[in-house]
Design a protein around this ligand. Structure first.
Ligand code: PLP
Length: 367
């Protein structure tokens, strides 16, 4: 071992040394349908105006860590109920990390003394990663083969593990479906005063439904969203809506200047033009219906219902399909080795009609 190897062995956590960097392939020259990005940009006139606003941002100053104007705009425009507030994250990825950090307490009677994060699986990978990095145990409860919640298993796991946090992505990634709302409520109620239900609404712009309005009913529920899938993945802004007393605790863990001034200006601007982004989401929802219909007509292909801006489908040979699509310069996500329930599955982001047909033609050629 070299000196640097010894240094690493003596300092870096074993689980970190054994882990992997979150891998994102280089997409230049490819039709990028692997990351649920919105393919549309803002119209020229808005981009010019945004450029002016960004030029006026005080880059020499730290942001004001209360972020009062941006939070006010989020509360007003995005349906946060009265009496509730938000905290902001550098993407909802950071909010997931903040939630875990704040809840990673030593348990007096728990197994191994670690607090638990629970989620139905397959789920968004950051739930497990953040739990691990915070020093929490992660319990994954398999969904049913149709990707609905296995309620007896969920309720039994909650009773057994008493999780501090339960993540419910609504709709779920990587499966695309909405869980039954009554099932979600039963989980929130089962947690009661012992656990926080985190409803992750990253795909809310495409779902046509939300738990946001139910916040006043359930003090142990928090609703997490992001501007990423709506069309601003590059600015990295997520938010968490909840009762102020709960947010106050999470806010203590948040790095004080986590939202930079450029993101702040861009997000305030975008929220003043939410109609443009909502219009793009409507186009994508229409394209999703067209794409799902075209995919369902292909022999050997099973399409799962989606309320997000992606479609999960099962194909006869996902390895070959992904390889052929890659040759055709189309990037999608091979889910087939992520979880047993996803055997044969791939995931494709819904894009413009043009990019969707590039994908569809390449897929047909690969089958
Ligand atoms: C994409 C995604 C996020 C992360 O969003 P960012 O705000 O870009 O960090 C969170 N949850 C789910 C389920 C997602 O698919």
């Amino acid at each position: 071992m070299t000196r640097i190897d010894h240094l690493i062995a003596n300092t870096i956590r074993e689980d970190v040394r054994a882990g992997h960097v979150y891998n994102v392939p280089d997409a230049s020259g490819y039709v990028k349908l692997d990351a649920m990005e919105n393919p549309y940009v803002l119209p020229e006139s808005l981009r010019i105006e945004l450029g002016r606003r960004l030029a006026d941002a005080a880059l020499n100053r730290y942001p004001v860590p209360s972020y009062a104007t941006l939070k006010q705009r989020i509360r007003a425009r995005l349906g946060v109920p009265a009496g509730h507030d938000v905290i902001l994250g550098n993407g909802s990825d950071e909010i997931i990390a903040i939630l875990c950090m704040a809840c990673a307490r030593q348990m007096p009677n728990g197994k191994g003394g670690r607090a638990v994060v629970l989620a139905p699986v397959p789920a968004f990978v950051m739930f497990q990663r953040s739990a691990q990095f915070a020093g929490m145990d992660f319990v994954g409860v398999p969904l049913k083969p149709d990707f609905s919640l296995d309620m007896p298993a969920m309720l039994a796991a909650i009773a057994e593990h008493r999780p501090a946090l339960v993540f419910l992505a609504y709709p779920n990634n990587p499966t695309g479906n909405l869980y039954d709302a009554a099932d979600m409520v039963a989980i929130i109620e089962a947690l009661g005063e012992t656990g926080i239900a985190v409803v992750d609404e990253a795909y809310q712009p495409f779902a046509g439904t939300s738990f946001m309005a139910r916040l006043p009913q359930y003090p142990n529920m928090v609703v997490m969203r992001t501007l990423s899938k709506l069309g601003l993945a590059g600015i990295r802004l997520g938010y968490l809506a909840a009762a102020p007393a709960l947010l106050e605790q999470f806010d203590k863990v948040r790095p004080p200047y986590n939202i930079n001034v450029l993101t702040q200006v861009a997000a305030e601007f975008a929220l003043d033009h939410l109609d443009v982004l909502d219009g793009q989401a409507a186009l994508l929802n229409a394209a999703r219906a067209d794409l799902a219909q075209a995919l369902a007509a292909l022999p050997g292909v099973t399409v799962f219902p989606s309320s997000a801006n992606f479609i999960t489908l099962r194909v006869p040979d996902p390895q070959q399909t992904c390889a052929k699509l890659f040759e055709a310069r189309v990037l999608i996500k091979n889910l087939s080795r992520m979880h047993a329930l996803l055997a044969g599955c791939i995931r494709v982001t819904v894009s413009t009609p043009e990019e969707n047909s590039v994908f569809l033609n390449a897929l047909k050629a690969s089958l």
